[in-house]
Design a protein around this ligand. Structure first.
Ligand code: 10G
Ligand code: SF4
Length: 330
């Protein structure tokens, strides 16, 4: 029925400051040094971003050993263990670290508490690159707690010297539950000095919590291996949407998902370019979902500067070009 169908569009959604910086890092490195630029792991967990950068000359590898000696390698936004930097040095790679500064902050916390001989309970998802990177800072001190049900397995040396840290892209509510269960078991458990779940993760979840109760269906744009995008789908369903789907592209939307729906919610993970969301809106508009209202729950203004090692070379490159111009003019 035309006129009664609407779309609610969550804001904030899409790119966070750390993703924007990481994608720009690869783009600027390609411009400055020329293709190919090697990238260890997916720079961010998004199919479209990865294939777009591949088309520009980025080569994605799993490990440093796949990078030719002396070549340039960018480390992904999710962070790496110190040994990855050491391997890069051993292969004489020019490493550019695109780890989000908010992940680096968690690494610093891990190093500091390990140096003070704390047991560190890292709440996160087993096998996720961020968790592997953070754990690599102090493997002897860190144990993983993968959700509330893994609390029973936790064993510490001294219950008065234990702290929890977390992955940056977790469900805020599930993490609160995990921490509550941990505190029941370990009443002296310390909390991180500042929130480890980042502003972008919690802002995107907050917007979905406001939007989802009004929606029949919530479409989350994001890749399957994107932790924060997966969490948005779960949050949508927990907050009252009849169904939630995680899709990379508008073309994946199945007509039966929309059958009988009058309100569709749309959002996207922190690694998702907004053009993919616009394609979803176009798809919905073709099916009479033309009335789009944005649900805004926060304004985001954070911007991170590019990695120092890249900025230094960009500056040197600009200076060399200016000298060249001056020479031709003299
Ligand atoms: O949500 P995850 O951690 O899987 O990553 P993503 O690439 O989909 O989104 C951006 C988040 C990070 C780079 C992790 S801090
Ligand atoms: Fe940084 Fe948060 Fe984005 Fe991760 S999700 S890259 S921690 S801003």
């Amino acid at each position: 029925m035309t006129g009664s169908k609407r779309v609610l569009l969550a804001k904030p959604r899409g790119y966070c400051a750390g993703v924007d910086r990481a994608v720009q890092t690869v783009e600027e490195a390609l411009k400055l040094y020329g293709a190919p630029i090697y990238v260890r792991k997916e720079i961010v967990h998004n199919k479209h971003v990865v294939s777009t950068l591949q088309a520009k000359g980025a080569i994605f590898v799993e490990e440093n050993e796949q990078v030719p000696e002396g070549a340039t390698v960018v480390f992904s936004a999710h962070g790496v263990a110190p040994e990855v930097h050491e391997q890069a040095k051993a292969r004489s790679l020019k490493a550019i670290d695109a780890t989000c500064p908010l992940v680096t902050k968690v690494h610093q916390e891990a190093r500091r508490f390990a140096a003070d001989d704390y047991d560190i309970l890292l709440i996160g998802h087993e096998g996720h690159e961020e968790v592997i990177g953070t754990t690599g800072e102090a493997p002897a001190h860190i144990q993983l707690v993968d959700g509330p049900d893994s609390v029973d397995k936790v064993a510490v040396r001294d219950p008065s010297k234990v702290v929890w840290l977390s992955q940056t892209t977790l469900s805020v509510d599930e993490t609160l539950e995990t921490v509550a269960r941990l505190k029941k078991k370990l009443p002296l458990l310390m909390s991180p000095p500042s929130d480890d779940i980042c502003y972008a993760t919690s802002n995107r979840q907050d917007a979905v919590k406001v939007m989802a109760p009004q929606c029949d269906v919530v479409l989350v744009v994001g890749s399957q291996n994107s932790s924060n995008s997966q969490r948005l789908r779960e949050v949508a369903v927990d907050a009252g949407a009849r169904a939630g789907y995680l899709i990379d592209f508008a073309t994946e939307i199945q007509e039966e998902w929309l059958a009988g729906a009058t309100t569709i919610g749309v959002t996207s993970g922190a690694s998702v370019p907004d053009e993919l969301v616009m394609e979803v809106l176009d798809f919905l508009a073709e099916r009479d979902f033309t009335d789009v209202a944005e649900i805004t729950t926060a304004q985001e203004k954070l911007v991170f500067s590019l990695p120092q090692e890249l900025k230094r070379d960009m500056k040197a490159g600009a200076a060399a070009r200016a000298a060249e111009v001056a020479k031709t003019l003299s």
